[in-house]
Write a protein of this length. Structure first.
Length: 549
């Protein structure tokens, strides 16, 4: 009954005010309003649910120019059978039973919503702001201070009220300009205590192995995120889903780490911290290898084609490295070993006489070196023989370094970006296909360096900036197919822009002596940084020189 009348008043858009009256919340309700419900009314700002409302969002007063809250809420739910709620301010009338007082609908949304603790709230509708109606009532009552019932009314499927939450809305002032209102401050929003537990996928791992940390926050309905901390350092963050948040890392340094899970809490849930979990990261243990060799045939004609079949197995994992084939101490050739796989090798240089053939594996860390058992082979010359003298010259060989960019087709870093934090410019682009080929005999190894000249304007700019603002970073080495120069043996060094910068020659790649020559490809990123904003606008060009010796 009361709810149906409220909807009609809202639809008509009218309000009847008569006479001087002062009412209290207790006198504004009748039997057909249903029972008074135990609970508190909260006015919240802005549009938020009780799940995310902090106590600072609870408001208790305002003026008559507008309704300053966007959500009205209660801290307990409506009775069973309720399907919706509506907020009302009841306007008293002299000589009229409270049940027939005019009602100002503060909100027309009619749906029951609950948060994670079962509390009721009803988002407001800006188009139904009705503080002006309260102002109109007070303006007709000179020198009147009114205490009006503010109610959050529950109703069922028939539109009948099932109960109500109420509080006093105290209004003072005579015009919209000086009208003020207030409600009693409700108690602080209740929070549910939480507990946080942490588990790690392993208590001890080798460096580079991923560890997964799993935090369990109870109750499982708690929302928000969990920080995974080592002391005051945040290792990572996980978002709660069903009370569980996870974080994985393979970057923990060698040593023992004491990690805790810290849940900061949200409006409805207190924060909590787990007990520490200890994870020990050890250096990568050496992994032993075994190399086996079979040779076919091991007898017959000298200088025939002889096949070498090699396997390299590791105590764990699959070995990487290089295998050399020896006749005594004489090298017959070598091949890379990738994930334990060695390609077939054959030679026709084995002359008449006895031979001791071995395969020698040189491992890439953590795989150790190993040598196969020696295979004895004897070959003979067939038929008549005639020794001849043959002369061959082994060339000194050369070393070259090439890049894909030329003065006519330079590397374009694009338009520099201004960093507002320090008012400097930066730009970068991929600098790929730096190719070094070393065919020099004696396997001397190489050192490659790079230097940037001054950046000068191409359009009459009055300023320049030095090569020290340039850098070469993000370097990686690509293993070229069937090339004896292994990418794992080429060591690269990043040189960041400005610090140290490329204003002077900087080493960016080295290859140790004694390793087989060949070709390698290096890719990276070339960029500038910390370029002062005082540099004039325009396009700038610099010459970047790569050297390999």
């Amino acid at each position: 009954m009361r709810f149906a009348k409220s909807l009609a008043a809202l639809a008509a858009g009218s309000l009847l005010v008569a006479g001087l009256a002062v009412a209290t919340a207790g006198s504004a309700f009748a039997a057909d309003d249903g029972p008074a419900l135990t609970g508190h009314i909260y006015l919240l700002n802005p549009t938020i649910s009780m799940d995310t409302a902090a106590q600072a969002n609870v408001i208790t007063g305002g003026n008559g120019s507008t309704r300053p809250w966007m959500t009205i809420a209660s801290d307990t739910a409506c009775p069973a059978g309720s399907i919706g709620v509506v907020a009302q301010v009841r306007i008293p009338q002299v000589g009229v039973d409270p049940i027939n007082w005019d009602e100002v609908l503060m909100d027309s949304i009619t749906q029951t919503l609950t948060d994670s603790q079962g509390r009721l709230y009803n988002p407001g509708n800006v188009s139904n702001m009705t503080a002006a109606k309260i102002t109109a009532y007070v303006a007709t009552q000179p020198n009147t201070t009114g205490t009006l019932p503010l109610a959050l009314v529950c109703y069922d499927g028939d539109g009948l009220t099932t109960g109500y939450f109420s509080t006093d809305l105290t209004v003072s002032g005579t015009t919209a300009a000086n009208l003020t209102w207030s409600v009693p401050a409700p108690p602080a929003l209740a929070q549910t205590a939480t507990t946080t537990a942490l588990a790690a996928s392993a208590s001890s791992v080798e460096a580079g192995t991923a560890v997964t940390f799993t935090a369990h926050v109870a109750p499982a309905a708690a929302s928000g995120s969990v920080n995974f901390m080592e002391g005051a350092t945040t290792l990572g963050t996980g978002t709660l889903a069903g009370g569980v948040a996870t974080f994985s890392s393979s970057a923990l340094a060698v040593g023992t780490h004491s990690v805790t899970a810290v849940y900061a809490g949200v409006a409805d849930y207190t924060g909590s911290t787990s007990t520490p979990v200890s994870v020990t990261v050890t250096t990568v243990a050496s992994k032993s290898t075994t190399t086996t060799l079979s040779v076919s045939p091991v007898s017959g004609d000298a200088y025939q084609s002889v096949a070498f079949t090699t396997t390299v197995t590791a105590s764990s994992g699959a070995a990487n490295g290089n295998v050399a084939f020896l006749d005594g101490t004489t090298s017959l050739g070598s091949l890379p070993v990738t994930a334990g796989v060695v390609a077939a090798f054959s030679t026709n240089v084995l002359g008449a006489g006895a031979h001791s053939l071995t395969a020698v594996f040189t491992g890439t860390a953590p795989y150790t070196n190993s040598t196969s058992a020696a295979i004895s082979a004897t070959y003979v010359l067939v038929g008549a023989s005639d020794e001849q003298t043959v002369v061959v010259t082994i060339p000194i060989g050369t070393i070259t370094i090439t890049t894909p960019y030329t003065p006519g087709a330079p590397l374009n870093l694009g338009t520099a970006v201004l960093d507002p934090a320090d008012s400097t410019y930066s730009a970068s682009a991929a600098f790929n296909n730096i190719v070094i080929t070393d065919t020099r005999n004696g396997d001397p190894g190489f050192t490659a360096s790079v230097v940037s000249g001054t950046f000068t304007g191409t359009g009459g700019q009055s300023t320049t900036f030095g090569g020290n603002y340039a850098g070469l970073t993000g370097l990686g080495v690509t293993q070229l197919p069937s090339d004896a120069m292994l990418s794992s043996n080429v060591h690269v060094t990043n040189n960041a822009p400005f610090t140290p910068g490329l204003g002077t020659s900087r080493v960016f790649a080295t290859y140790a002596a004694g390793l087989p020559g060949g070709t390698t490809q290096i890719d990276g990123t070339f960029g500038i940084d910390q370029v002062p904003s005082s540099v004039a606008a325009g396009q700038y060009t610099a010459t970047v020189t790569f050297t390999a010796v």
